[in-house]
Design a protein around this ligand. Structure first.
Ligand SMILES: Cc1cc2nc3c(=O)[nH]c(=O)nc-3n(C[C@H](O)[C@H](O)[C@H](O)COP(=O)(O)OP(=O)(O)OC[C@H]3O[C@@H](n4cnc5c(N)ncnc54)[C@H](O)[C@@H]3O)c2cc1C
Length: 250
């Protein structure tokens, strides 16, 4: 018996770039219109597929940077030097151009606004992207769940969403952000550049007794270090969710 194809999350859809904005000198946010987009949860990602005129095709995973908003989808892409896809999406891909997307993907690394346990977010570099979707989803839902973000970046110029984070922290007592700079600190910063360590997670995170949900995202080494620290500090490993931004492709 013939069955009609049901469009699902594994269907490739064609999105169009509606607008783009620079986040840092090396990162760009893409706002895409994706007809038929089924919606998503904060923390999920998409696969993006590019196909050249000669038929050569390649795909990469990118986290959704904002909560579901009809058929609009936001991604933030960090340029990987010599990369095949990211420099194209940052330097060449223009408003009106099509791109194929498939998703949303992932059901574990998600935060739902119905959850009331405190949340600790720990981001390394572009790992902020799905965590920002959670911060934005919390705001959009009017949730009062307390959030703390530890954001590790190389330099102050590398902070994504800098103005928005500043504004949200100013206007919302339920959101705290602590920055950890690994290569250069802002003028007057009390400590030299350093990597996130036990003391940072202990001081800027939640005590394990409050049973927070922890989300850690970034390069693989960063994620493993921070997850180990959280468990060593006494956090329940089942509450430590991780997303590794390793190379993707194929
Ligand atoms: C679940 C998931 C979500 C992701 N979300 C985002 C996102 O929101 N924003 C974003 O900018 N990236 C994200 N990534 C990474 C993204 O999928 C690509 O790996 C990245 O854009 C590089 O692709 P490229 O084609 O430019 O480089 P490639 O041509 O694939 O690689 C060029 C060189 O860089 C190395 N490399 C590639 N990717 C990485 C990496 N991530 N870390 C270290 N070395 C790397 C490769 O090994 C290779 O040597 C995510 C990855 C995963 C698995």
């Amino acid at each position: 018996m013939a069955r009609a194809a049901v469009p699902g999350r594994l269907t490739w859809r064609v999105g169009t770039l509606a607008e783009a904005r620079a986040e840092t000198p090396t990162a760009r946010t893409l706002v895409l219109d994706v007809p038929g987009w089924p919606g998503h949860l904060a923390g999920q990602h998409v696969d993006v597929r590019l196909t050249a005129e000669d038929g050569y095709s390649t795909q990469r995973s990118y986290s959704l940077a904002a909560p579901a908003d009809g058929e609009r989808v936001e991604l933030t892409i960090q340029a990987v030097p010599e990369g095949e896809v990211s420099p194209y999406l940052i330097e060449v891909y223009s408003p009106g151009d099509p791109v194929e997307l498939r998703g949303p993907v992932g059901g574990w690394f998600v935060w739902r606004p119905t959850s009331t346990d405190p949340v600790l977010l720990v981001a390394g570099g572009s790992g902020i992207v799905p965590l920002m979707a959670m911060i934005r989803a919390r705001r959009a839902a009017g949730s009062r769940t307390p959030f703390r973000l530890i954001y590790s970046v190389r330099t102050p110029d590398d902070v994504y969403y800098a103005d928005e984070l500043r504004r949200r922290v100013r206007d919302d007592a339920g959101l705290d952000v602590t920055y950890a700079y690994t290569r250069a600190v802002p003028e007057g910063w009390p400590t030299p550049p350093r990597r996130v360590g036990v003391a940072d997670v202990n001081t800027a995170g939640w005590p394990p007794a409050l049973t927070p949900d922890c989300y850690v995202c970034g390069p693989t080494g960063f994620v493993e270090t921070v997850a180990d620290i959280l468990v060593a500090l006494g956090h329940d490993p089942r509450r430590v969710r991780t997303e590794r931004f390793g190379p993707t492709g194929g």
